[in-house]
Ligand binder design. Structure first.
Ligand SMILES: *Cc1c(COP(=O)(O)O)cnc(C)c1O
Length: 477
């Protein structure tokens, strides 16, 4: 008792600064931070965050930062959102967790039903995990296992787009095209082939994004033609390749990918881990695929081809969601799939069933956070409100996009990105540090600066974000 009060006295008499310093040292010593060369933190101190509110994070010295990257793209409706807090608190008083093998509970059933209502038509079955990389693993395994159960055990290969990112576990890395990871972990991975990315920055001179996307679809077609008999699935990030540096592409590519995958009997996996949940302006990016053209393409595989053809937008064979699904509160991911795929596993033999599990599959707290997030979408008409916000940001950003050092300005829904012409080789680190000085959390990818703010950002906060970013770009170009 005495020791404890001495300690409290001692603590309260130290400056807040010193407290933060201690926390940094302790974190440096005990916590191995993600995606980080720890030695770099000798020069760039970690930032201790004490609390959050709306788009703002506050450090231990009560300095604020506008979270312009939604804390690695997960936050949708602000930090410490009262409605999500209330839902989790309510669930805490009822049931924190129960295993999902042999048991079920109201939150996971409700969430599955509501996702089925919202998702592209036909995705009636939800399989849960805890993070995005696991969702990728599940989709890959489920696809190959489907072909095995369907008498085509040779279909075990996958393809992804150039510069794809689908997570960092070994299976997910095999369909992730990041040179750094390939160098370090290539020997552990059964690396899969890539096809050209429709990223419009790669279009030829005078070539429209749409023409370029169609040219890339032709390359996909050639690959499918040659390898379809061994291919299980094609995995893509619809509309925006996030980790590639917010590479954006024309939605016609989604339509063509759906048609070609149908034609060649290859599954299409839509990894909407980053772009789902309203980020691209529609609830799911797949909804933005244009209607099929009047001259229908020949479809092989009987009924299978019909799924994507009935409406605007496409139905992938697998839809992976995570990141924003709980509003940025708790780890949760889900893979949604079609009835026909589910049925291929539905049998008396255990080995025909899908063999995959995680301890926290379908955690009730995470499901309640997700349900509360879906409630906010409906109550606040968030998709329509986001359209207004995006229009406002595009309007006020004119001086930024017209700045001489700003190139390839682009926007899809609530994602903005541009490259900065800067002499600094360590641009990303400098920009990150300078942004913090300017009360913004920006985390450039190479020389690409992007905004992916929480949807609750208001006009005043957007003004702040754009003006400060303009200042930062001026300093670093
Ligand atoms: C973040 C991300 C993942 C991986 O999700 P984690 O939860 O970080 O494992 C997979 N795919 C895409 C497109 C992502 O953006």
């Amino acid at each position: 008792m005495f020791l404890k009060s001495v300690k409290l006295f001692y603590m309260s008499n130290k400056s807040r600064q010193t407290d933060s310093r201690n926390l940094l040292d302790r974190s440096h010593a005990a916590v191995w931070h993600p995606c980080t060369q720890m030695k770099h933190h000798e020069n760039f101190p970690l930032l201790p965050i004490a609390r959050g509110s709306g788009v703002w994070l506050y450090d231990n010295d009560n300095k604020r930062y506008l979270d312009a990257v939604s804390s690695w793209w997960v936050n949708l409706f602000g930090h410490c959102n009262p409605r999500i807090n209330a839902a989790i608190s309510d669930q805490l008083g009822k049931l924190e967790h129960v295993m999902l093998a042999g048991f079920t509970h109201e939150p996971v059933v409700q969430l599955s039903e509501r996702l089925r209502e919202l998702a592209p038509e036909g995705l009636g079955h939800c399989f849960y995990a805890s993070d995005g990389a696991s969702a990728t693993e599940i989709a890959l395994k489920m696809s190959a296992h489907y072909w095995r159960n369907s008498g085509m055990p040779g279909k075990t290969q996958f393809i992804s787009l150039e510069n794809s990112y689908h997570g960092e576990t070994l299976g997910a890395l095999s369909v992730t095209d990041v040179a750094l990871f390939r160098d370090a972990y290539g020997a552990l991975i059964r690396q899969q082939a890539t096809v050209p990315s429709p990223d419009w920055r790669k279009a030829g001179a005078g070539e429209s994004p749409k023409a370029y996307a169609l040219r890339c679809a032709t390359a996909l077609e050639q690959h499918l033609q040659q390898f379809h008999s061994e291919l299980a699935a094609f995995i893509i990030e619809p509309l925006v390749q996030g980790a590639a540096g917010m590479a954006m592409y024309h939605p016609i590519y989604l339509r063509r990918a759906r048609q070609l995958c149908d034609e060649y009997g290859v599954h299409l996996i839509a990894d909407e881990i980053a772009v789902g949940m309203g980020r691209t302006g529609t609830m799911f990016a797949c909804e933005q695929a244009p209607a099929p053209s009047c001259t229908p393409l020949p479809l092989a595989g009987g009924g299978r081809g019909a799924v994507g053809e009935t409406m605007n937008g496409i139905t992938p064979d697998f839809l992976c969601l995570s990141k924003g699904i709980t509003g940025g509160y708790l780890p949760l991911s889900v893979v949604m799939t079609r009835d026909e795929i589910y049925q291929a596993f539905y049998a008396d033999e255990t080995v025909r069933g899908f063999l995959h599990s995680h301890s926290y599959t379908g955690n009730p707290l995470a499901c309640r956070a997700a349900l509360a997030t879906l409630d906010i979408f409906a109550q606040d008409n968030a998709l329509a409100t986001n359209r207004e916000k995006a229009a406002y940001l595009n309007e006020i950003a004119r001086p930024l996009r017209e700045h001489g050092a700003v190139h390839n300005w682009r926007n899809t829904g609530m994602v903005w990105a541009f490259e900065v012409g800067s002499p600094h080789r360590d641009f990303a680190q400098r920009c990150f540090a300078l942004a913090l000085e300017n009360e913004i959390l920006l985390r450039p990818i190479g020389k690409t600066v992007y905004f992916m703010p929480p949807y609750t950002i208001n006009n005043e906060e957007m003004d702040f974000l754009v003006n400060r970013t303009l200042h930062i770009v001026g300093q670093l170009s």
